[in-house]
Write a protein that binds this ligand. Structure first.
Ligand SMILES: C[S@@+](CC[C@H](N)C(=O)[O-])C[C@H]1O[C@@H](n2cnc3c(N)ncnc32)[C@H](O)[C@@H]1O
Length: 269
């Protein structure tokens, strides 16, 4: 097992093969999305740009195979992507997790509806979501069901608190308590980080901590090891730290690693 949480600046492929097998409860990856047509493939790094989907899958396959080796029997992998590649990624995940042979499991296709952003095209509907595929190493994966948080309207309605902190509303002198929310579904409304948000650190593809907290709470336990092989500004690592998980983060970009290190230090003080 790893001695302590660690941050690496490298191509994740090199680091993944050096980590102990079956040691991670959860892997979340948010790799470059193939957003540009420009081809920039130098030393295993492609900066949000690689030619065709076939090139992308060819590049991703050995990295995903190396991640699969690292998952414990209860382990889960969350692959964050969007409409550009999701159909290719899902086929690759089926292949690597050997879903047809009944080895690994497809668990969910999570739709992250982020809301923000200008709607520019007059030729298609505004694109307002990303896709996160959840796959598990075996049938015995860790799953801790969550409830939907109450909406702001509900919180406003049930605005009183009793001595135990439970929310209620008053109607004709009677108390009506706020019930538990519905079971969390596979469509998640979590706002993207706004330009003025306090958590923004200036990394262009930074994801909200709330998104990672939800993923980690659903499929890992305190003390578990969590891996983010494309960690960018370190959002997964910050969420893991806050939730008492141990973590390994990897990014090829030294600026990202510097930022992630600073964020982790700030979060610890
Ligand atoms: C979409 S960003 C991740 C953003 C991150 N989730 C966050 O919240 O900040 C993708 C990251 O992958 C990194 N990257 C690209 N190729 C890589 C490789 N071969 N190994 C490790 N990291 C790589 C990029 O430097 C970039 O920071």
């Amino acid at each position: 097992m790893m001695p302590a949480s660690q941050l690496f600046c490298a191509d994740c492929l090199a680091v993944l093969s050096s980590l102990p097998a079956a040691s991670f409860a959860l892997i979340y990856l948010d790799p470059p999305f193939n957003t540009a047509s420009r081809r920039v493939a130098t030393n295993g790094h492609f900066d949000d740009a690689l030619g065709s989907p076939t090139d992308y899958i060819h590049w991703m396959r050995p990295r995903l195979q190396a991640m699969h080796r690292l998952l414990s029997t209860e382990g889960s992998l969350f692959f964050h992507c969007d409409w550009r590649l999701s159909h290719h990624v899902r086929l690759l995940l089926d292949e690597v997790f050997e879903v047809e042979r009944g080895e690994g499991q497809f668990v969910n296709e999570i739709i992250w509806r982020y809301g923000l952003g200008a709607a520019r095209s007059s030729r298609h509907l505004p694109r307002k979501h990303d896709t996160i595929f959840w796959y598990a190493r075996s049938r015995n994966y860790c799953f801790q069901p969550l409830r939907e948080p109450p909406t702001p309207a509900m919180l406003n309605k049930y605005r009183h608190h009793d001595a135990d902190g439970r929310r209620y509303m008053l109607s004709y002198g009677r108390r009506y308590y706020l019930k538990e929310g519905k079971l969390l579904s596979d469509v998640w409304d979590i706002p993207a980080i706004s330009p003025t948000a306090r958590e923004r650190v200036g990394y262009p593809t930074q994801k909200p901590v709330a998104l990672l907290e939800r993923i980690l709470t659903l499929a890992s336990r305190p003390g578990d090891w969590v891996l983010d092989p494309f960690c960018g500004s370190g959002t997964t690592l910050v969420a893991a730290q806050q939730l008492g998980r141990r973590w390994v983060g990897i990014d090829i970009n030294p600026d990202a690693v510097r930022l992630a290190r600073q964020r982790l230090m700030d979060a610890a003080t």
